[in-house]
Design a protein around this ligand. Structure first.
Ligand code: ZN
Length: 548
């Protein structure tokens, strides 16, 4: 029955080839454009450094502070856009000791400089802010601030804000194309609590007013949504990993009750680093160290401050998303969120429409972790097992310049696309070279889909542009149609973008062949005995259809 239903499914799919045509009209707002595009008021200055100082007051749920922004002038302009979302308020903007005039347009503020900025000059501006940031509804997917308590009634507070945007709690240039080269994060909390943020702890200051300030220093470029505040009665333990760039410090911050469990479960962090340095090259932030920080939500890829809420168990809250059993061999949050240090924090999308660059490679990194410890077949079983979670509802790539994410298929379908491309390359040493090469070539950069596509096609010496079109911009799954006529086996691609030319792996007995199907019928002389031994390489995420 399955196959027929499948057949029916395909025809449905055929209609979906032009999904864009049938997609419900997306209407974007002025706010979406202000948020999602590189406006002229953003484009003329290059962000260099943030010094964010924030006082967190749990009693009235307020965040109050200032952000000193260092930037270099690229073009002579005098109106600067800084983002801070309602209900947060900018209270003052100062430059060279002078208060500057500013206006608000929704979640964006436009600051009037006294005169045209001088090209090439490096300047500072300080933005003062206060307010009650949006409370997280379903973190990390629907973020903001989580104001929680641990079981002893102590405050347990954390921020998470991908998609929603960092400007939900602090004033910044809230577009992903431009990152500061470094950052200082100074967080003041009630005494007795500890703040853990990104990078390394530089200083702790206890104040007479029963508060303490934790100064964290990040010595690498960092994306906005990666900047985080985690506050609790943390206890700390540490370790050292001997990696490709030498000694890497590992620091762990957990609630005291969970110390023993964490000391056991977090041993997986070194296993993860070993596997991912093998596949992707050195951990991208040796200067800042690697951390795992317990939080009151599932987890998030905050750079050099990966957050953890998987309750010290393997799988995804104890479940295996692949249904194969392999996903229960390791802790999903440690592996997935740490994989993002390479794909999200090292290589970062310029526009969230290209979020697949983060999630497809990181979903795929789960199988690479499995492969490193359990072998290639286990890894492939894991990727294929995850297909049941694919929906093919809308394209993986979203709409540009309006802060719009594409389909959730960027995870499992994206991972299957990469596994398919690997099979089409059919050279595992070259594939590893490509994954390492991506991290080296785009080291600490923000990138576009086109750059990633070009890099893979160029390095593999195979033009994958149609393959990327198919899987990233359409919802139809290619169908390899085949039939047997007069002693010949015929095959072609259907239900695909025009010009689709992906290779396809078949086995006849033990012999493996990479076919080069197109939309035109091609034939392979095969005897009936050989036909009986023909199987299709399941690693290709395609549909197979015998036709008459
Ligand atoms: Zn992810």
């Amino acid at each position: 029955m399955l196959k027929k239903l499948f057949f029916v499914g395909i025809f449905l799919q055929a209609f979906v080839v032009n999904a864009q045509l049938f997609a419900p009209e997306h209407t974007f707002t002025h706010d979406d454009t202000l948020r999602g595009s590189i406006t002229p008021q953003r484009a003329w200055w290059d962000l260099k450094h943030y010094h964010l100082q924030v006082r967190v007051n749990p009693t009235d749920s307020t965040f109050t502070g200032q952000n000193t922004i260092t930037y270099q002038v690229l073009k002579a302009e005098k109106l600067m856009q800084i983002d801070l979302q309602k209900p947060m308020q900018v209270t003052k903007v100062v430059q060279n000791g002078r208060n500057l005039h500013f206006t608000r347009d929704g979640n964006a503020f436009f600051i009037q400089l006294p005169q045209l900025a001088k090209v090439g000059k490096t300047e500072k501006i300080t933005v003062y802010f206060t307010g009650k940031p949006k409370v997280a509804v379903n973190p990390p997917w629907d973020g903001g601030v989580s104001w929680k308590h641990d079981k002893h009634g102590h405050w347990f507070i954390a921020t998470s804000c991908q998609g929603l945007g960092a400007s939900v709690w602090w004033p910044c240039k809230d577009h992903m194309y431009d990152e500061p080269d470094s950052m200082r994060i100074s967080v003041t909390v009630p005494q007795g609590l500890t703040d853990v943020s990104n990078g390394r702890l530089a200083k702790v200051t206890h104040h007479a007013n029963q508060t303490s300030t934790f100064d964290w220093v990040v010595r690498n470029p960092i994306n906005n949504y990666g900047v985080n505040v985690n506050i609790g009665t943390y206890t700390h333990f540490s370790d050292v990993f001997q990696g490709e760039k030498g000694a890497l410090s590992l620091d762990y911050y957990v609630l005291p009750d969970n110390l023993a469990k964490a000391q056991e479960q977090f041993k997986q962090a070194s296993l993860m680093l070993k596997a991912f340095e093998h596949w992707f090259g050195p951990y991208p932030f040796y200067e800042d160290g690697y951390k795992l920080v317990e939080v009151p939500y599932l987890g998030m890829e905050h750079q050099s401050s990966v957050t953890y809420g998987n309750r010290y168990q393997n799988g995804y809250l104890g479940r295996d998303l692949s249904g194969t059993g392999w996903g229960l061999k390791w802790d999903f949050i440690i592996v997935h969120e740490s994989g993002h240090e390479w794909f999200a924090n090292n290589i970062t999308y310029k526009d969230i429409a290209d979020m697949w660059i983060h999630e497809s490679f990181t979903n795929y990194s789960e199988s690479l972790f499995t492969e490193y410890y359990y072998g290639k077949e286990a890894a492939q079983a894991y990727v294929i097992g995850c297909r049941k979670n694919i929906r093919n509802d809308r394209p993986i790539i979203g709409f540009y310049d309006v802060n719009n994410e594409g389909s959730g298929d960027m995870y499992y379908k994206g991972g299957n696309m990469l596994n398919t491309i690997r099979e089409a390359i059919h050279d595992d040493a070259l594939w590893r070279e490509i994954l390492r090469g991506l991290n080296q070539t785009f080291y600490h950069q923000t990138v576009t889909t086109q750059q990633i596509e070009n890099y893979i096609s160029t390095t593999a010496k195979i033009d994958f542009s149609k393959v990327f079109d198919q899987y990233l911009r359409h919802t139809a799954i290619p169908v390899l149609e085949h039939k047997y006529e007069n002693g010949a086996w015929l095959y072609r691609w259907n239900n695909c973008v025009a010009g689709f030319n992906m290779k396809m792996g078949i086995r006849i007995g033990d012999a493996y062949t990479l076919l080069k199907p197109t939309e035109a019928w091609q034939q392979l002389p095969l005897s009936a005995q050989e036909l009986a031994k023909l199987t299709f390489d399941k690693n290709f995420y395609v549909n197979i259809l015998a036709v008459k």
